[in-house]
Structures are given as structure tokens and as C-alpha cells.
Design a protein around this ligand. Structure first.
Ligand SMILES: C[S@@+](CC[C@H](N)C(=O)[O-])C[C@H]1O[C@@H](n2cnc3c(N)ncnc32)[C@H](O)[C@@H]1O
Length: 235
């Protein structure tokens, strides 16, 4: 094994270590409630929780929502960012997630706040990235708080909560960057959130180069334990 390979092994081991700790913390929350902007949300233990990962609150508060327009979040988790998009004035806000528990959690939150929203203003779908979004439906802004640890197991062998953190080979990142243009309105903007401290940044740069996109840093998102994230806009 050369030194580059052994560095990769160490990096992977470190990421797995971080991952196991945060996953157990998330599971140990059980069903829990948290408050954001005067709304009391419910979080499920098997769904990535903003209560633990406070960067999601910062993003929901500071995201450049297309007020009066349409917003799509991939990987919505408990639905916080989508619901906040609607509260902040998006006429339509849609969330997708690969995890059935995430969509059940998001729909339970929607039920809590339905009386404050227009009929059909917010929708949630189980979906593999864009698979549940009808061809031809377009949005003014699309966002994904990306699972940017590499991990080692194939996607279909992972538990759903693992998929909130890991994208082996950055296969999903590649798909997101390639498919997003088919779902953006003319003049619309695509975004994603990246956590450099737990990511493989060499492979990240390679995927960015190979998918021919340019990234603009829009926001630095403070996270717990100094694990800051970056909100990128895709050019
Ligand atoms: C880092 S979590 C973000 C959760 C939430 N948006 C937040 O910021 O609190 C990533 C989310 O992506 C979802 N996800 C993973 N793979 C996916 C896929 N192929 N299609 C849609 N969502 C996916 C996970 O289930 C998880 O909810």
C-alpha cells in the first residue's frame, strides 16, 4: 500500500468513527420535539435531526428562498427547510427523500402546520433524487443538504439513516449535478450543502470537474464541534 492509499484508509476509518457516533446520537433522541421560528416540529429517531445537526436551522433561516416562486428540496429529512420555504413566502415547496421514515416525519410536520398554509402549497414524496418529480415540472430553486461522507458499503446495503450521511463513490452527487438542469426554471438556481471536514475533498473536486459545473460559495454554515458547512450555488 503506498502512502496515498494508506492515507485514504485512515481517512475512511476516521469518517466511519465520526459516523457511528453521530448516528447513535440521532437514534438515541427517540421521537423528539424541537422549536424553530415559533413552530414545534417532531423529529423521528431514524431521520437526520436538526435538533442534533444545528446547521440545518442556520440553513433554513438564511437560505436564499425564491419568495413568490417554487422551491424543491432533495433529501428533506423531517421537512424543516421545505416548510420554512413555504412560511417565508414560496408559493410552492416540495420535498423528496429516499427514506420512507423521512417522508412520514415530514408529512406529520405538514399536518401540524396545515392550517397556516395554502392547500397544495407543500408536498412531500418518496423519491430517489428527482425520480418522483414529473418530467417538465420546474423550480426556481433546488437544494440538497448532501450526505458527503464517502462510506464503504453500497447504497442498497445501507440502513436508511446511513444514507443521510454517506454517498459511496459520490454517485448521488454526480447524478444530482447532471440531472438538476432538467428541473430548473430558466434563471433558476441549484444549490447544495457540503461538509468539507467529513468529506473526501479530492474526489469531490474530481466529480465537480467531470460534471463541468462551477461552484459559487453563498454561505458558511456554522455546525456543532466546528464542523462547518458550505452552501454552494451551482453555475
Ligand atoms: C444530510 S441529510 C439532510 C436532511 C435535511 N434536509 C436537513 O438538512 O436537516 C441528507 C438527506 O438525504 C436523503 N437522501 C439520501 N439519498 C437520497 C436519494 N437517493 N434521494 C433522495 N434523498 C436521499 C437522506 O435520507 C437524508 O434525509
Amino acid at each position: 500500500m503506498d502512502s496515498a492509499e494508506s492515507n485514504q484508509v485512515v481517512e475512511l476509518a476516521d469518517q466511519e468513527g465520526i459516523f457511528e457516533r453521530v448516528k447513535q446520537e440521532n437514534l438515541s433522541l427517540g421521537k423528539h420535539e424541537f422549536e424553530f421560528n415559533n413552530h414545534i416540529y417532531i423529529g423521528y429517531p431514524t431521520v437526520y435531526s436538526p435538533f442534533l445537526f444545528s446547521g440545518s436551522f442556520y440553513t433554513a433561516q438564511n437560505f436564499p428562498y425564491p419568495v413568490g416562486g417554487t422551491f424543491l428540496e432533495i433529501g428533506t429529512g423531517c421537512g424543516l427547510t421545505v416548510l420554512e420555504a413555504a412560511f417565508k413566502g414560496c408559493k410552492k415547496a416540495v420535498g423528496t427523500d429516499i427514506s420512507e421514515d423521512s417522508i412520514a416525519n415530514s408529512k406529520e410536520n405538514l399536518t401540524r402546520f396545515e392550517s397556516q398554509l395554502e392547500d397544495g402549497q407543500v408536498e412531500f414524496y418518496i423519491s430517489d433524487i428527482f425520480s418522483a418529480i414529473p418530467k417538465g415540472e420546474k423550480f426556481n430553486a433546488i437544494f440538497w443538504n448532501f450526505p458527503c461522507q464517502l462510506g464503504s458499503q453500497p447504497h442498497d446495503e445501507m440502513e436508511m439513516l446511513d444514507r443521510a450521511f454517506k454517498d459511496p463513490g459520490y454517485i448521488l452527487l454526480r447524478r444530482y449535478l447532471q440531472e438538476i438542469k432538467d428541473y430548473l426554471e430558466v434563471g433558476g438556481n441549484g444549490y447544495f450543502c457540503w461538509h468539507p471536514a467529513v468529506a473526501n475533498n479530492e474526489l469531490f473536486k474530481k466529480v465537480i470537474a467531470e460534471t463541468n459545473v462551477e461552484l459559487v460559495e453563498k454561505l458558511l454554515i456554522p455546525g456543532p464541534h466546528d464542523l462547518n458547512a458550505i452552501l454552494y450555488m451551482i453555475k
